[in-house]
Write a protein that binds this ligand. Structure first.
Ligand SMILES: C[S@@+](CC[C@H](N)C(=O)[O-])C[C@H]1O[C@@H](n2cnc3c(N)ncnc32)[C@H](O)[C@@H]1O
Length: 364
């Protein structure tokens, strides 16, 4: 997941990073507890493709308990409930409570549509410590168009403001496209005015479904946008950058602490699990590595995950020829497999070091 997070306040997300640095084991998991959703985003990796081939499903609560136990035994530190829309999961309160009682750091990714201030307070009481909600434009009409739901801007803004006022870490996320890359600093400003603690961007990853169909919306100058956000951050009290993008900052030396800088899926730090129990390489690369409910996991999930991940990497991830001599290939590993899969030469065209014309075979 090539997510880049600009931290303006301290928060407990650092725990998972420390855990991974120390143990090099699976440390955080995005649990998609439902694939039902109440909005319809332009670029959603979960909304089309994989999900529409099966009926919409909530993860049965018994299965949720089972998977949490496996993750606990594997040494996972943080659970992020996602979906679909996790707030419409019928037992979302029980899910938060049980995960917290087991000792996980518990976060949620939500469109905030059904979250009142009282409900956020209750979630906090049950153990939730972070809420992430998208702001995709400062223009409400544009935001609503991107999210495919009238009124979603108002709900998102209210959710982030309420979360901050209640004392939960509030995270704004922006899916970067050419529709909003020029206004993303204004989005950060708006988010900070709402009391948001962490501002996050994720380039529109051209995964299956809606995102692939809308590939013409990809950002035009992604790395430059990240640098502009960093400059904005430096002038406005930025404390740390957590980056899952192998291309950022790469060779650049930044003057704040940086954690990550590699693909967290490739390096086995994080994974995503669907309501059906499918464990994906990445939320946006939805080919199952295995299934937590169907496969017999006789060892710890961490060991099992490492084995399946390594088989998958051997099978599916070749270093592209232009990357073979690159000094950064060990951490970068050819960069994002999904961005690469959208390119006929299997390269990540965002990389500054790749000379695209040199990779085109002469006989084409
Ligand atoms: C699938 S949603 C699930 C959680 C919740 N319904 C929500 O709206 O946040 C998770 C988030 O992933 C991000 N996302 C979805 N599709 C994406 C894509 N193709 N590229 C990058 N980020 C994407 C968006 O920020 C989206 O809000």
């Amino acid at each position: 997941m090539c997510v880049v997070t600009f931290d303006f306040e301290e928060n407990d997300a650092i725990e998972k990073v420390k855990n991974f640095k120390k143990k090099k084991t699976l440390s955080w998991v995005v649990l998609e507890i439902t694939d039902a959703c109440n909005i319809n985003c332009l670029w959603c990796y979960a909304n089309a493709g994989y999900a529409i081939k099966r009926p919409r499903k909530h993860m049965p609560f018994e299965n949720l308990k089972k998977v949490l136990k496996l993750l606990l035994d594997a040494g996972v530190k943080q659970i992020t409930f996602s979906g679909g829309e996790p707030t419409i999961y019928p037992r979302i309160k029980d899910a938060i409570k049980i995960a917290k009682d087991m000792g996980f750091v518990v976060h949620i990714n939500t469109n905030g549509y059904v979250l009142t201030k009282d409900l956020i307070r209750e979630f906090k009481y049950l153990g939730l410590s972070q809420i992430q909600t998208n702001i995709d434009s400062i223009n409400p009409v544009k935001h609503d168009f991107i999210r495919g739901m009238p009124g979603s801007f108002e709900k998102a803004v209210r959710c982030l403001k309420n979360a901050s006022e209640v004392g939960i870490t509030a995270v704004s996320q922006t899916v970067l496209t050419n529709l909003n890359e020029k206004e993303v600093i204004d989005i950060f400003r708006l988010a900070r005015d709402l009391g948001v603690h962490r501002c996050r961007v994720w380039d529109m990853t051209p995964s299956e479904g809606m995102a692939k169909m809308n590939i013409n919306l990809a950002p035009t100058d992604y790395l430059k946008t990240l640098e502009n956000l960093y400059e904005y951050g430096i002038e406005n009290g930025l404390k740390r950058i957590e980056t899952g993008d192998p291309l950022f900052p790469l060779e650049r030396k930044l003057s704040v602490e940086v954690t990550g800088g590699f693909c967290v899926s490739y390096h086995g730090a994080s994974t995503t699990i669907s309501p059906h129990g499918d464990v994906f390489y990445c939320a946006t690369y939805r080919k199952p590595l295995y299934n937590v409910f169907q496969d017999e996991i006789e060892v710890t999930l961490d060991k099992f995950h490492k084995e399946r991940l390594s088989e998958f990497i051997k099978r599916e991830i070749d270093l592209p020829p232009p990357c073979k001599k690159c000094a950064f290939s060990e951490t970068c590993a050819g960069s994002c497999i999904v961005r690469r899969s959208a390119n006929p030469f299997s390269i990540d065209t965002f990389c500054r070091f790749i000379q695209v014309e040199k990779t085109i075979p002469r006989n084409l």
